[in-house]
Each structure stands twice: as structure tokens, then as C-alpha cells.
Design a protein around this ligand. Structure first.
Ligand SMILES: Nc1[nH]c(=O)nc2c1ncn2[C@H]1C[C@H](O)[C@@H](COP(=O)(O)OP(=O)(O)OP(=O)(O)O)O1
Length: 165
């Protein structure tokens, strides 16, 4: 029996192209820098979940979100499967705040701290940064510190921007 979790991950960029990451202070991925997101709750859409998590974790309100990719994670000897829907936005308002879950910080793209992020991030991030159609990634982990299988590819599906209002 596998247990599949649907999660969101949102990458925010400001008007000068810097990217907002958060240092996860608790829970899954604690101690790693990442975008903002979490589990989609019953009764909400994936987009609604992404917008809610962004506000909960760093205070920003997304006016629209652009779907950029999908990441699937399997774990050897663990029935957990993660389906992570990746969004980006530069269309937001509010002030960035530190929350119980995340300590946020703006990074220049060339300074993204990949050595303090999930091992898969340096593999798929370039697909996000370069634009183009949505990407699809698959990673098989052994534990949380080793990737034993990986694939990232482009799909035929263009990036899609949806209003959050
Ligand atoms: N391998 C991976 N690479 C990556 O870049 N992001 C990942 C990842 N695995 C999970 N994530 C993201 C998805 C999501 O944004 C976040 C995990 O969210 P969760 O809601 O599971 O966190 P928590 O365990 O803190 O749960 P809550 O207590 O519900 O907030 O980490």
C-alpha cells in the first residue's frame, strides 16, 4: 500500500529577479532552504493550497500563481509517495515575515544555497529558471540523503498562470 501526499511548492521572485527562500524550522525538511508550501487540504484546490501555504509560511499574498512543474518522489522501503506541484509568482503583495515554520531570505539567483537544500533541487531548479514548458521530475530516494534514480524532462504543457482571487 502506498500513501500519496499532494504538496505544493512556490518560488517567489521580486522585481529585480531575486528569489525568496525559507529556512524550514520544523517538520519535513527541517534545516533546509526551500520554497514555500505544504499539504493540500481536503476541500481546497491545489492552487488554493499553494496560495494559503505561501501566506501562512512567509506572509505574502499571491495574486496569481504560475504552474511550472510537477515533481514525484518515491522512497525505497517506505510507502510514502510525494507529488509536489511547483508554482512561481512575481505577482504578490504584503510584507515578508518570519513565521513559526520558515525563516525567509532573498537570494540572488547565483547565490542560491543548493548545498543546504534538498538534493534534488540543483537537478530541477534550472528547468524552473530557464522558462519554457512545464517540467516533470521523478526522484527515487534511499533515506532522505541519497538519490538512486532521477529523471527530469520537459512536457508539452505550457506554463499556466491562474488568478488567486
Ligand atoms: N525533495 C523535495 N524537494 C523540494 O524541493 N521540496 C520538497 C521535497 N520534499 C518535500 N518538499 C516540499 C514540499 C512542501 O512545500 C514541503 C513539505 O511540506 P509539509 O507540509 O509536508 O511540511 P510539514 O511536514 O511541516 O507539514 P505541516 O505540518 O502540514 O506544515 O517541502
Amino acid at each position: 500500500m502506498s500513501s500519496r501526499k499532494v504538496l505544493t511548492l512556490t518560488l517567489v521572485r521580486n522585481s529585480v529577479g531575486d528569489i525568496l527562500l525559507g529556512l524550514k524550522k520544523r517538520g519535513f525538511g527541517e534545516g533546509k532552504w526551500n520554497g514555500f508550501g505544504g499539504k493540500v487540504e481536503p476541500g481546497e484546490s491545489i492552487l488554493q493550497g499553494a496560495a494559503r501555504e505561501l501566506t501562512e509560511e512567509c506572509g505574502l499574498k499571491a495574486h496569481s500563481l504560475t504552474k511550472v512543474g510537477l515533481l514525484d518522489f518515491d522512497f525505497i522501503d517506505d510507502p510514502m509517495r510525494l507529488e509536489v506541484h511547483v508554482f512561481c509568482t512575481s505577482d504578490y503583495s504584503g510584507t515578508v515575515i518570519e513565521t513559526e515554520e520558515m525563516k525567509p531570505k532573498w537570494y540572488k539567483v547565483e547565490d542560491i544555497p543548493f548545498h543546504e537544500m534538498w538534493l534534488d533541487d540543483p537537478i530541477w531548479f534550472s528547468w524552473y529558471l530557464k522558462g519554457g514548458p512545464q517540467f516533470k521530475g521523478y526522484f527515487l530516494y534511499k533515506g532522505l540523503d541519497k538519490i538512486v534514480e532521477q529523471e527530469v524532462k520537459s512536457t508539452d504543457v505550457p506554463r499556466e498562470t491562474t488568478s488567486c482571487t
